[in-house]
Design a protein around this ligand. Structure first.
Ligand code: NDP
Length: 458
């Protein structure tokens, strides 16, 4: 596995610990994948002297030790190289004597250049490419990137990584809805009123202004991760769990997803979107500066740190059901969950029909949890109703989301990777909203860091 951009944040913080977690928590077939794995970190900077420590530190962080960890550590090395230089590539490739995974942990602008260089090189027969989001920055650039990549290897050997598909809650959504008659038979607009997919976080900019200030919450979180969660929530049952069928199913539902055109669903606005940016405040006792005063931020970019959009899935199952997606930074008490809101019952013998009490099924991301909130009898008075909930923790996996990514990449299994056409669809879905923001049709609201968002949104 040749990691390009190995000196960066993603490699150290997510990818290497992910490999370590697969060593710790993987089963026998995972250990087979790891057998003989040689990780070569690469980048223009001279990190050779510290590379072993970086890998060791990442493994220690997740408790990876023992023979397999030792073997991987023993075999890893760092090669100083410019990934856009063909001569450097020839040197890198001369050391490869088996299958090759090229992991692009690079800024998106560099990925296209590298794809161009790879087209003219003699790569090992079995070469796999793993790429990080964002895949392009609109539908046209995503299409162009796809065209360049398939000149290097066929589509089934391109892994567009979205680690959200490796999240417990997303995997549990797929498993639970298709394996429980109670849910399976009520999973449509007949019984479900709306779906909310929320991923707020306490984290602010974390020094990533260079990337984030030209992306913002809509591109960074909703266009990629949360649309994938919508897809697993709304897709039709795949004919099987193999890559072809599952990815067909996800692609089919995203192909009919578009901005909400029904009656307004957000307070104080008619449109299908809202956006806001944090001002100075406090999160967990820490002072957070105004977003526009953060180092590297250009306030003129008008970047949002909180985005909320309403989408519709235009098919027989979901017509009329809004899917509300939201993600924000520097949120005080962040929610991260999928909420499936059922419709109230049509008739109640106590005459209170339509008073709003209805079941909510909740899949929590962190901690991973399923909960069903519903109305029960059992109050002090006969026939008194009260809200109750039953919940359970989802089994915790020692394999991190990036461990799942690595499992797919090494195992040549693209089931949980984004297919090229889906990457394009996801841009097509959000483009009308991005355009309306660009035109200034939607105000950029403000919220103090540490709050739950703008007051007017409540
Ligand atoms: P960084 O900005 O840290 O860059 C990674 C490395 O790329 C740098 O250390 C640098 O290494 C190399 N690089 C930078 N510019 C160039 C250039 N012009 N030509 C060649 N190499 C260059 O990125 P991250 O590690 O944060 O992210 C990598 C990818 O992963 C990005 O696509 C990002 O969007 C995605 N991602 C990141 C996440 C994160 O939390 N960090 C989360 C999810 C996705 P050197 O100078 O040694 O060549």
């Amino acid at each position: 596995m040749l990691i390009l951009g190995a000196s960066g944040d993603l490699t150290k913080r997510l990818l290497l610990p992910g490999i370590g977690s697969l060593i710790v928590g993987g089963d026998a077939s995972d250990l087979e994948l790891l057998d003989g794995l040689r990780i070569v970190g690469s980048g223009r900077s001279d990190k050779g002297a510290e590379w072993q420590d970086t890998v060791h530190g990442a493994f220690t962080q997740v408790g990876a030790d023992g023979d397999v960890a030792e073997a991987v550590l023993h075999a890893t090395r760092y090669e100083q190289a410019d990934p856009t230089d063909a001569d450097d590539w020839k040197r890198l490739l001369s050391g490869v004597d088996g299958d090759l995974v090229v992991y692009f942990a690079l800024p998106p602008s560099v990925v296209v250049k590298v794809a161009g260089v790879l087209q003219d090189l003699d790569l090992p027969d079995h070469t796999v490419l793993a790429l990080e989001k964002p895949f392009g920055d609109d539908a046209d650039s995503a299409t162009a990137l796809n065209e360049e990549l398939v000149k290097v290897v066929p589509e089934e050997r391109i892994h567009r990584v979205d680690h959200f598909l490796g999240q417990r809650a997303a995997l549990a959504m797929l498993a639970t809805r298709f394996n429980n008659r109670l849910l399976e038979s009520s999973w449509s607009a007949d019984d479900i009123e709306r779906v909310e997919i929320v991923y707020d976080e306490k984290l602010g900019l974390e020094g990533r202004a260079g990337y984030y200030d030209t992306a913002g919450a809509l591109r960074d979180m909703l266009q990629s991760h949360l649309l994938q969660v919508l897809a697993v929530t709304a897709c039709e049952a795949p004919a099987g769990l193999d890559p072809e069928h599952l990815r067909d199913s996800l692609a089919a539902v995203l192909a009919v997803t578009k901005p909400w055109t029904g009656a307004p669903v957000f307070a104080n606005t008619d449109g299908p979107s809202r956006r806001a940016r944090y001002t100075a405040g406090e999160v967990d006792g820490e002072q957070v500066p105004d977003y526009s005063a953060e180092p590297g931020v250009d306030p003129a970019n008008g970047t949002e740190t909180l985005a909320q959009i309403a989408l519709e899935v235009d098919n027989a199952r979901w017509a009329g059901v809004p899917f509300l997606l939201r993600s924000g930074k520097s949120i005080g008490d962040p929610a991260n969950e999928i909420l499936v809101h059922y419709r109230p019952v049509r008739f109640r013998p106590d005459g209170q029909s339509g008073d709003g009490s209805a079941e909510v099924l909740r899949f929590g991301f962190k901690p991973p949890r399923i909960e069903l909130r519903f109305t029960s009898g059992g109050g002090d008075m006969p026939f008194e109703l009260e809200p109750v909930s039953i919940s359970g923790a989802l089994p915790k996996s020692p394999v991190t989301e990036y461990g799942e990514v690595v499992r797919g990449v090494l195992g040549d299994d693209p089931t949980l990777s984004i297919r090229g056409d889906v990457a394009v669809q996801c841009w097509r879905i959000v483009q009308p909203i991005l355009d309306s923001w660009q035109r200034g049709d939607v105000p950029l609201d403000e919220y103090p860091a540490g709050s739950e968002g703008p007051d007017a949104w409540s």
